[in-house]
Design a protein around this ligand. Structure first.
Ligand code: ADP
Ligand code: MG
Length: 688
């Protein structure tokens, strides 16, 4: 039964309450200041913090601790050490000291480093991130204390996702403070927030185990479209089946214990597709929490005889899964992306909005890079996901405001609206506009931007790190311009934003992002359309982009080069695995079944002819012709994909795979249903 009292909420977290309960008062105060206000950590408190943390963990059944980090594999990593320390023969105590808490040394030789770590220097270092609280992971026989950490090489080069994320938060925080000073505000705490909506599929484990493609690649490389899939829109927001609800409540129970504010659950568009959305939180914490959400979804599915698929496109022909990243900046507890009530608040809002528009227009290529990957390639631009072209949707009211600023208020009245900085207030903008454009990759949704391009399996840190950096750069550019002028502030600001909007409005698009017309229009506007991972990672090699990340101290040139190498390698490896799995299934599972069926028919035809039967021969012959042609086709296409695999060229493999798939999917409709070796879409997507 679920605990409805909320007594267990956050009980698996070394929370503010646990910190106060287990640490001396002065130590607790210092640690909480570091967590909440990012104050530098006083190293002299480490031993006392470690001791209190251990006592808390032991009380919760923990035997081991681990530095928990996010290497560039896309997942999380942990290596457990027992608290146990022998004190003599057959005697031991539980020990955990400040040194164990603050840093760890680990053999990093098998984590991707993209050339950052030479093989003779295999050590990697983990460093405690005190801004994300420690937590425990429970298992059947106890628990493990997990300490969120950053992971780097001997040289200090980042080998993980968290390090550049933290650096980017610092960059955008500094830029925000600088701009807020221009509006006469100082001392407010800057908070970057993220609410990540997580989509996923569930399939029954018995089907999953019979699909080598799902097992090995997370997606089905074969499978004919079922007669009914999502045409009737009857799954979206439909009544949740009891088995799924049981699963969802178990997920929520575990997440709530971890202090993860899972809030929304519903059926998604595709059959067997669902969504979980937590309440937004501080960005760094929200990223850690999303990694845990993915883990809990998978483990809880397994415990329920299900499998949770986080792949962006596990089934062809139905919607894929994304991870909508809702992002905003708050200052002194107030959301800067929320239009205010006073002329000054509005000027602040419009300045940040313009900075973001400029950033997205100038660096759309980098946002696209941050969402690249073999899985997400299948989703972007597939008529149900945002296109690979990055554009911004503002909504009617805000678009009208931007237009009024662009056209200038002093010279011209634009329809019903004029707008003058420092004088006018904004017209009331509906906070929850109903006309939200679901086809836009980057949409303003009342008080935040929703970036919809990231894939369901991806670490949010990738896209958020880029977003923070490019917005920091834009805010700084605005500050630089304002400082260079120095006339009347409101007039200068108005003129500056007018120029900015003129220059960058090409990135604004409120039409149908799924339509055929948009890619043509986008090309005319000069917006990049990077359709696959190979194109999407190329911007990492651009010297201007390297300089940008270096300037903000988010990624060095070397770190960017390594990320490029890792992304290219990961992409090729995944495509090679898909190609090999497809070839193996086609040759060793599909072909024998088709050959048997063909030979059975051939025998029957021969027998019928010998017996002089007048009926049946025609039907049998027609089918055997189709099966025979299919067999030949299968043979040719297997040879083709085998050659493409040998060449190791991803685009060639993908083309050969698509062609092989069309043959296999045709055969699926011809061969005796009882003999087909793979569970079908109409089973996997509907029986659970
Ligand atoms: P949907 O986009 O499905 O309509 P909601 O509007 O309810 O969903 O919000 C989606 C996500 O946006 C939730 O995780 C929510 O907490 C988050 N969110 C709301 N306000 C903010 C904000 N200011 N900053 C970041 N995320 C936010
Ligand atoms: Mg959404």
């Amino acid at each position: 039964m679920i605990d409805t009292s909320l007594k267990t909420y956050g009980e698996d977290v070394f929370s503010e309450k646990a910190i106060r309960d287990f640490l001396p008062k002065a130590v607790a105060t210092k640690l909480i200041a570091t967590m909440k206000e990012s104050k530098p950590l006083d190293p002299s408190i480490a031993d006392e913090v470690a001791h209190g943390m251990k006592e808390w963990a032991l009380q919760n059944g923990a035997t081991h601790f681990t530095h928990w980090f996010q290497p560039m594999t896309g997942g999380t990593a942990e290596k457990h050490d027992a608290f146990l320390e022998p004190t003599g023969p057959a005697a031991a105590v539980q020990r955990f000291c400040g040194k164990n808490l603050i840093g760890g040394e680990t053999d990093a030789s098998s984590f991707p480093s993209g050339g950052l770590r030479s093989t003779f220097e295999a050590r990697g270092y983990t460093a405690w991130d005190p801004t994300s609280p420690a937590f425990i992971k429970r298992h059947a026989n106890g628990a493990t204390l997990c300490i969120p950490t950053a992971f780097c090489a001997y040289t200090g080069a980042a080998l993980d996702m968290k390090t550049p994320l933290l650096r980017s938060i610092q960059a955008v925080t500094r830029a925000t403070e600088r701009l807020m000073k221009k509006f006469g505000k100082a001392g407010g705490h800057v908070a970057i927030t993220l609410g990540a909506e997580q989509e996923y599929f569930l399939v029954d484990r018995t089907f999953y185990l019979k699909r080598p493609d799902l097992l090995q690649t997370g997606r089905t490389v074969f499978g004919a479209a079922p007669a009914k899939h999502q045409q009737l829109d009857d799954h979206y927001f439909g009544a949740i089946r009891p088995r799924i609800l049981k699963f969802m409540t178990e997920v929520e129970d575990r997440l709530w214990r971890l202090g993860i504010p899972a809030k929304t659950r519903h059926n998604e568009v595709a059959p067997a597709q669902f969504e979980l959305a937590p309440m937004f939180e501080d960005l760094n914490l929200a990223v850690d929490h999303n990694m845990l959400i993915m883990e809990v979804l998978k483990q809880t599915a397994e415990a329920n005889g299900l499998v949770c698929l986080l792949h962006e496109k596990p089934f062809e022909g139905v919607n894929g899964s994304g991870k909508h990243c809702n992002w905003s900046i708050a200052y002194g507890g107030k959301n800067l992306l929320s239009p205010g009530d006073s002329p000054r608040d509005n000027a602040i809002f419009l300045t940040f909005l313009s900075a973001i528009i400029r950033a997205v227009d100038l660096h759309a290529d980098l946002l696209r890079f941050a969402t690249a990957g073999a899985g997400n390639d299948h989703r972007l631009g597939a008529n149900e996901a945002p296109p690979a072209i990055i554009s911004i949707f503002l909504g009617d009211e805000l678009s009208a405001v931007m237009q009024a600023i662009e056209e200038g208020t002093r010279t011209k009245r634009t329809g019903r609206l004029t707008f003058k900085f420092g004088v006018d207030t904004l017209p009331a903008l509906p906070k929850d506009s109903t006309d939200r454009n679901r086809t836009s990759p980057f949409a303003f949704t009342g008080n935040k931007f929703e970036f919809r391009t990231p894939g369901s399996s991806q670490n949010c840190a990738a896209s958020q790190m880029v977003l923070n950096t490019i917005v920091a750069e834009s805010i700084d550019a605005i500050c630089d311009k304002l400082e260079a002028r120095g006339g009347d502030f409101n007039t200068e600001l108005q003129n500056l934003l007018q120029r900015l909007i003129k220059k960058h409005k090409r990135v604004l698009f409120s039409g149908d992002g799924y339509g055929d017309a948009w890619p043509k229009e986008a090309a005319k506007r000069g917006l990049p359309n990077l359709t696959d991972t190979l194109e999407a990672i190329a911007p990492l090699e651009d010297p201007a982009n390297r300089a940008l990340f270096a300037k903000y101290g988010v990624l060095t040139e070397g770190e960017m080069a390594s990320r490029h190498e890792i992304a290219a390698e990961d992409y090729l490896s995944r495509i090679l695995i898909e190609g090999k799995v497809a070839l193996e299934i086609a040759r060793s599972m599909i072909r024998p079944v088709v050959a048997d069926e063909f030979s059975r028919l051939a025998t029957a035809i021969g027998q019928a002819k010998k017996d002089g039967l007048k009926v049946g021969v025609r039907g049998l012959t027609a089918l055997s012709l189709k099966l025979g042609a299919g067999l030949d086709d299968l043979h040719v296409k297997c040879e083709k994909i085998e050659k493409a695999i040998a060449k190791g060229e991803p685009r060639g493999i993908l083309a050969a795979l698509a062609s092989l798939r069309s043959t296999v999917d045709r055969l699926e409709m011809l061969v005796d249903d009882a003999k087909w070796p793979l569970p079908k879409y109409r089973q996997m997507l509907f029986i659970y």
